[in-house]
Design a protein around this ligand. Structure first.
Ligand code: HAM
Length: 421
């Protein structure tokens, strides 16, 4: 029989590593509280139509990467490839535009699924943290959203990140730009890569974002979208830059930055780091002023970003950043004889009830092996219980690092251990 294995492009996150995830997730949640974003949890699968309409028919995500199933005659469903579409669906369905607190500021943290070719930093199941601010067109909130992402990286200790910023304009701006762009693209059409050739007809702006060096050279004189922005779009872009400058977030304007999902309007950004190699984008986001309407709601502006924890961990590793992870226990109960077992078990339970991190042996090991086990779980103290301790109602606390010993009564041991933290 064939061996059963983990699916390609997925990971088991094991003890020893999961603590890093928990640390990062906590940082994200804490930061969202500070910036006044509330958590939303939407389903991991949605109607396929949501992504077709939201993310866009001609995107790689929808064309090639969705995990979809026809569900027993109830329609087509897809494992979410990203979070924005689901959040906006919920915003419309739960009428969040009607609640008194506006704009609606939400965050999410959870697995996303894309059928991509697995490689470093590119998984088929990955965890995205993202925020969405819906209901405000204020350029200050564009800068706030970028600030949330940068602050996470900064507080985790990453350096050398750059914010790439662009405006992809409104649909009207893009329509004006399109003619001039197509003129250049059509003149080099046959020399472009296959992907770009098909993009020309469907979403020509995407050609500018091709990673292929030859395509980049061929299109270097293509007209910039920034030259086709309306006065209003231009003003929005300038104000976003001014707010970023005001809070000391450096950025590079990259007129070729075009995101891979179709819903973007005006502000588009990515956060990159030079060192992590092939996949250097840590985070991406932007405005999506037409999306709420596209999904069946009123015309409401929105902006957000998402980043994966997988890429964040790669970045931390490449900069040799050690996160402050707490390990170890306060105490490990060591039994001198089986007769003390019930008493020890009671003590263990009462220690834990009072907040002490404690463990005991469940493998019937000899005392020496129990002490070794205490070392292995990084216990600070061995709480030794033998006949004489039982009679006196005390435990012998032995500090494992120094060997120093001290008797403490059963009643006082939890407070004593907590005081030694
Ligand atoms: P995205 O650029 O497709 O945008 O993905 C955002 C981030 O998710 C990437 O920068 C990367 O950190 C991570 N990511 C994407 N694909 C993978 C993968 N296969 N493996 C590991 N990490 C990955 C979005 O998803 C938009 N929903 C972002 C957004 C929110 N825009 C507005 N609001």
């Amino acid at each position: 029989m064939a061996k059963i294995q983990i699916p390609r492009g997925t990971q088991d996150i094991m003890p020893g590593t999961v603590e890093l995830w928990q640390h990062i997730e906590k940082k994200m949640r804490d930061l969202c509280t500070r910036y006044n974003y509330q958590e939303i949890r939407t389903p991991i699968f949605e109607q396929t139509e949501l992504f077709r309409r939201g993310v866009g028919e001609t995107t790689d995500v929808v064309e090639k990467e969705m995990y979809s199933v026809e569900s027993r005659g109830e329609g087509d469903f897809t494992l979410r490839p990203e979070g924005t579409a689901g959040v906006v669906r919920s915003y419309v369905e739960k009428k969040l535009y009607g609640v008194p607190n506006q704009p609606t500021k939400l965050y999410y943290l959870g697995p996303m699924f894309r059928h991509e070719r697995p490689q470093a930093g590119r998984f088929r199941q990955f965890v995205q943290f993202g925020v969405e601010a819906i209901g405000s067109a204020d350029p200050a909130i564009d800068a706030e959203v970028i600030a949330v992402a940068m602050r996470i990286y900064q507080e985790l200790g990453l350096t050398g990140l750059s914010v790439e910023l662009n405006s992809v304009g409104t649909l009207e701006d893009r329509a004006r730009h399109r003619g001039a762009l197509l003129e250049v693209l059509n003149s080099v059409r046959d020399e472009l890569c296959e992907d770009c050739q098909s993009r020309i007809d469907r979403n020509p702006l995407r050609v500018l974002d091709c990673k292929n060096k030859k395509c980049q050279t061929l299109t270097k004189d293509a007209p910039s979208i920034l030259d086709y922005l309306s006065d209003e779009s231009k003003k929005h872009f300038e104000e976003v830059q001014a707010y970023l400058t005001a809070i000391n977030i450096p950025f590079h304007i990259n007129p070729r930055l075009v995101r891979g999902l179709d819903y973007y309007t005006l502000t588009a950004f990515e956060i990159k780091m030079a060192e992590i190699g092939a996949v250097e984008t840590l985070c991406g986001g932007g405005r999506y002023n037409g999306l709420v309407e596209q999904i069946g709601g009123e015309d409401m502006p929105g902006i957000g970003f998402a980043m994966s924890i997988e890429r964040l961990l790669m970045a931390l590793e490449s900069q040799n950043i050690q996160l402050p992870i707490e390990t170890g226990l306060d105490a490990y109960i060591v039994l001198q004889s089986e007769t003390a077992k019930t008493k020890a078990f009671q003590l263990l339970d009462s220690l834990r009830a009072k907040g002490v991190k404690a463990e005991m042996d469940y493998l019937g090991r000899k005392m020496k092996a129990q002490l070794k086990a205490a070392d292995r779980v990084e216990a600070k103290y061995a709480a030794i219980i033998g006949e004489s301790e039982l009679q006196k109602g005390v435990v012998m606390l032995k500090e494992l690092a120094t060997g120093e010993q001290q008797e403490v009564s059963f009643a006082e041991v939890s407070d004593w251990l907590l005081a030694k933290r």
